[in-house]
Design a protein around this ligand. Structure first.
Ligand SMILES: [Zn+2]
Length: 344
């Protein structure tokens, strides 16, 4: 058996060590999922807080509007009240008849006096009404002001609680991402902290890589493999690192890789050099960062390495596609499907 990357390792009998192979020795896939989940929770909580803030702003505006319209009514009432009080002052200065109400009591009340008395009654009634209305409005205003104050206080409290929750979620998310980052760094993957994607790969950006066309995924969306010079989509890399660790335990060396992510121009150059041996540019899973071509024995279907891969790679979301067994025959071509590793 030959291989063009490295001599095939004729390692210890497979059956024994296979049973001992842990599911995910590095625990990376589980960690990545936790990190994604945690990042999602943080995002949801932040959205909820923003929604809550806009609800609060709306309810406070409603209260302010109510208070403003009450003030307007109060002012109108004050205007109504003004002539009444002026008339009352006038009456005080020019009492009803020279003897006050005496002529009425003694039965000497003239028509003029009676009219004046009616006016007084009218004025008193109107004044009374205005006073009642004013006091009603005053009570209402006071109630609304108290309500506004309560609302403000409870809103502030709710906001503080939500902000504290978000802080906890952020800390948890940061912690998980740090564990994942540390684990990857320990295994030789150069990675940067989330949020500084331009400086290195971001282990949580797998989903957003879907927004880019085949072969045009920005470097920051891809993560380097332990195998120097090769990159894959972040989730595929993390799964591959786990697969590689299991493979290393089995064969004492890491998986040999000849090709992983291929940019559109790389796909074109491969295609034009060997048209029958490469997918049409823009259609290859290599351009999605989800395929790797392997060597070191894996390229030979009968080899121990190929058989080990067939039996174990699915645990890490990696598989040998059905077409690659025959048309075209590409035993070296392996792919990653996040749906497979989501059932892990
Ligand atoms: Zn391939």
């Amino acid at each position: 058996m030959t291989s063009f990357c490295a001599p095939a390792a004729h390692a210890a009998p497979l059956s024994e060590s296979l049973a001992e192979t842990p599911k995910d020795p590095a625990g990376l896939t589980a960690l990545r999922k936790q990190a994604e989940q945690s990042a999602k929770e943080l995002e949801d909580a932040t959205k909820a807080l923003e929604k809550r803030r806009s609800d609060i702003a709306a309810s406070e505006k409603q209260l302010k509007d109510k208070l403003r319209s009450l003030q307007t009514t109060e002012q109108q009432l004050a205007q109504v009240r003004q002539p009444v009080s002026q008339m009352a002052e006038l009456l005080y200065e020019q009492p009803v008849g020279a003897d006050g109400i005496a002529p009425f009591v003694s039965g000497d009340a003239g028509a003029g006096t009676l009219r004046a008395m009616t006016d007084v009654g009218q004025i008193v009634a109107e004044r009374q009404q205005a006073v009642e209305q004013t006091s009603q409005l005053y009570t209402q205003t006071e109630q609304l002001a108290a309500q506004a104050q309560d609302l403000r206080a409870s809103n502030l409290l709710a906001e503080a609680q939500m902000a504290a929750e978000i802080d906890t979620l952020r800390q948890r998310s940061d912690k998980i991402v740090k564990s994942l980052t540390d684990a990857l760094v320990k295994l030789g993957i150069k990675i940067d902290k989330v949020g500084k994607a331009a400086l290195g790969c971001n282990p949580l950006q797998a989903a957003t890589a879907n927004d880019y066309p085949n072969g045009l995924i920005p470097r920051a969306m891809l993560c380097p493999l332990q195998q120097k010079g090769f990159m894959l989509r972040a989730d595929a890399t993390i799964a591959f690192v786990s697969l590689n660790e299991a493979y290393r335990r089995q064969f004492g060396k890491q998986i040999c890789v000849t090709s992983a992510y291929r940019s559109l121009s790389e796909q074109q150059s491969v295609y034009y050099r060997r048209p029958g041996f490469a997918a049409v540019p823009g259609r290859s899973n290599h351009g999605l960062g989800l395929a790797a071509d392997l060597c070191g024995g894996v390229q030979n279907p009968g080899s121990a390495q190929f058989r080990w891969m067939e039996q174990n790679s699915k645990k890490y979301g990696w598989f040998h596609p059905a077409w690659a067994y025959s048309s075209p025959f590409e035993p070296w071509h392996w792919e990653y499907n996040p749906k497979i590793d989501s059932v892990l």
